[in-house]
Every structure is written in C-alpha cells, then in structure tokens.
Design a protein. Structure first.
Length: 154
C-alpha cells in the first residue's frame, strides 16, 4: 500500500521488515483500493455463509484489528465485515497449546517449518499464522473427538 497522508514511517521498522516505500517496483496501491480488494471477498464469504461478521485471525490479532479499523475509518470505507472487537488470537492459543507466544517459536513447537530468512514478510507471517491456527483447531478437534456442537476442523 501507499503510505497514507500523515503516516509516520519508522525507519528502523522499515529496515527490519525490508520495506522500501519508495521502491519503483512495489506496485503499491492506495489504502482505499487495498481495503476494497481485501474486504469485498470477505464480505461475500460472510454473506454466503449466513453469518453477520467475520472474525479476524492473527498473531496479536487485536493489534491488527486496530490497524484495520483505523484504515477503514480513515478511508471512509463502508461495510467493514469484521467484528468490532472479537478475534481469534494465535498468541493466546499458541501459549495454551504449545507454551509459546512468539510466532517463530510457536510455529516450530507445532511441528511446522520456519525459515528465519522469510520471516516478517506479510505473506510469510500470514501463512504461518494460518497454519498455526489450523493446527491448533484441528488438534483440539482431535482431542475432543466430536464432543460438543461445532463445525469441525479447519
């Protein structure tokens, strides 16, 4: 995404994440357009499943939800599909399931591969967070062996 007007870009965070906001090959788009690309299919999935809100899944998900809500407000984007305060947070779930709250350590404790060189890219961390969440939910499902009323594994 293109930085929004007034965004404070921390040089040390940019260096850590290897992001150059001025790089000519970034093909960055506006925050509004990025939200539209992300939120439209989520809204459609929510509607087609008969739900009223999506639940954000993330590692320190309340942090991510805060950024998302601020971006929605800043851009005037209509119809945010995400629940206003409920999330599934893999920090808490991994702490319970594996005794680890750091993403890299939790992923490794779950028996999933981890590449330090790939870490902290948005797509890599999102994919690892999704794999961690599914591993925890599926292990819970296996442990409970059909007890309770739920949709099953993911």
């Amino acid at each position: 995404m293109l930085p929004f007007i007034g965004a404070e870009l921390d040089p040390s965070a940019l260096a850590f994440n290897k992001i150059d906001p001025e790089h000519p090959f970034r093909d960055a788009i506006s925050e509004h357009d990025a939200l539209k690309r992300v939120l439209t299919p989520i809204r459609k999935a929510v509607a087609s499943s008969g739900c009223t809100r999506a639940i954000l899944v993330g590692h320190n998900a309340h942090f991510d939800l805060g950024f998302l809500k601020a971006a929605v407000e800043r851009t005037g984007h209509k119809r945010n599909p995400f629940h206003a305060f409920s999330v599934f947070d893999t920090v808490s779930l991994a702490g319970l399931a594996f005794g680890q709250t750091v993403l890299a350590k939790a992923v490794q404790a779950a028996g999933l591969g981890w590449e330090d060189a790939e870490a902290h890219s948005a797509i890599y961390d999102a994919e690892k967070t999704a794999a961690l969440f599914c591993t925890i939910v599926n292990r819970w499902h296996d442990l409970t062996d059909g007890v309770g009323d739920r949709a099953g594994g993911v």
